[in-house]
Ligand binder design. Structure first.
Ligand code: PEP
Ligand code: MN
Length: 344
């Protein structure tokens, strides 16, 4: 249930409502909007008492059931676009951001060259992956501890925001001091224990859509983060498992449009893991911005052909500026469309 408070309600009114919600065995979450305050009530509506009686309180405007499994993620709950702040870099609400970096950290020189090239192109958030979730145990699993050390050295030198994938619970602590944003990969998109654990750290999270998750499952996974007090969530569409091997994953741009309507969270697209082939990445990137994405996360490597993982899909960091220059008109359009949603 969502309780919408009247516009002039006082702190005492809100506290009274919160106390009543608690006494009915729900957890209240008070969200102060620019115009109105909302109290979201967390609890199992089947086993708890109805909150309908709160309608009678003078300070309450309405009590709305939320039929959907996601509540705090929904636009009903929070109509305005959320802006996520990653160490000062904003994503969402007209802030279109391109995140880039190699699939994995492979060596000090490889990562340093990639970061230097990308910073020269104006990239402000770098993919920094010492841990890799690989489908085969025989594939490169990342440099792990050595990769973390490289991350520390590079961050010290370049003072740049880093997004890093948390592949399992033990990685949360290892990445906590160095990552500015945690990535939850497609394979962990429904690992609810991990989502809860990550949420407790309070860092921004990049939540990829699962390999075969519905939009509802994707948004409900985001709900796990928000309900556990981690409101800074960026959703990421990265393509789905499909019948057709023409692309590595079937990029579901329809889902980006649907999720933008259903949710206030920023949504970015990963054209690299969707395409699986570098020649397709620019087209998928353009299409993503056209459909309303708030940004992209793109794999780029100084020597992509010889990359230890995902060699066929990585762009070259040395020529990344050309990719960005070609994309510039679409970035401009995406920014305008986000600021004037009637155009979208
Ligand atoms: C990645 O971004 O490094 C990755 C493994 O992607 P995904 O989880 O989308 O497969
Ligand atoms: Mn990859």
């Amino acid at each position: 249930m969502i309780i919408v408070m009247k516009r002039n309600s006082s702190d005492v009114d809100i506290a009274t409502v919160s106390d009543m919600v608690t006494s009915l065995r729900y957890q209240p979450r008070v969200i102060h909007g620019t115009e109105q305050t909302i109290v979201a009530c967390i609890g199992d509506e089947l086993s708890h008492q109805s909150l309908d009686i709160l309608r009678n309180l003078p300070a309450v405007e309405s009590v709305m059931p939320v039929q959907k499994k996601f509540k705090m993620v929904s636009r009903e709950y929070h109509p305005a676009n959320t802006v996520v702040d990653v160490r000062g870099v904003k994503i969402g609400g007209g802030n279109i951001e391109v995140i880039a970096g190699p699939c994995a950290i492979e060596s000090y020189d490889q990562f340093r060259t990639a970061v230097r090239d990308l910073i020269d192109c104006g990239i402000r958030i770098i993919r920094a992956m010492p841990f890799k979730p690989r489908t085969s145990p025989y594939d490169f699993q990342g440099l792990k501890h050595d990769g973390l050390q490289i991350m520390h050295d590079i961050k010290k030198e370049f003072d740049i925001a880093l997004v890093s994938e948390v592949t399992g619970p033990d990685k949360v602590e290892q990445l906590q001091d160095i990552a500015d944003m945690f990535q939850v990969g497609a394979r962990n998109a429904q690992n609810y224990d991990l989502l809860e654990q990550i949420a407790k750290i309070g860092k921004p999270v990049l939540l990829k859509r699962g390999l075969a998750s519905t939009v509802e499952e994707w948004l409900t996974a985001a709900e796990y983060l928000i309900v556990n007090n981690c409101p800074q969530v960026v959703l990421c569409e990265r393509g789905l498992r499909s019948f057709d091997p023409s692309t590595r994953n079937l990029l579901d741009l329809g889902a980006v449009a649907v999720a933008k309507q259903l949710s206030h969270l920023p949504i970015i697209v990963d054209p690299s893991h969707a395409a699986g082939a570098r020649r397709l990445v620019p087209a998928l990137a353009r299409a993503s911005l056209a459909v309303g994405a708030d940004g992209l996360i793109v794999e780029a490597h100084p020597d992509p052909v010889n990359a230890f993982s995902d060699a066929p899909q990585q762009l070259e960091t040395g020529t990344f500026q050309t990719f960005l220059d070609d994309l510039a008109p679409w970035i401009d359009l995406a920014r305008k469309a986000a600021l004037h949603p009637d155009l979208a």
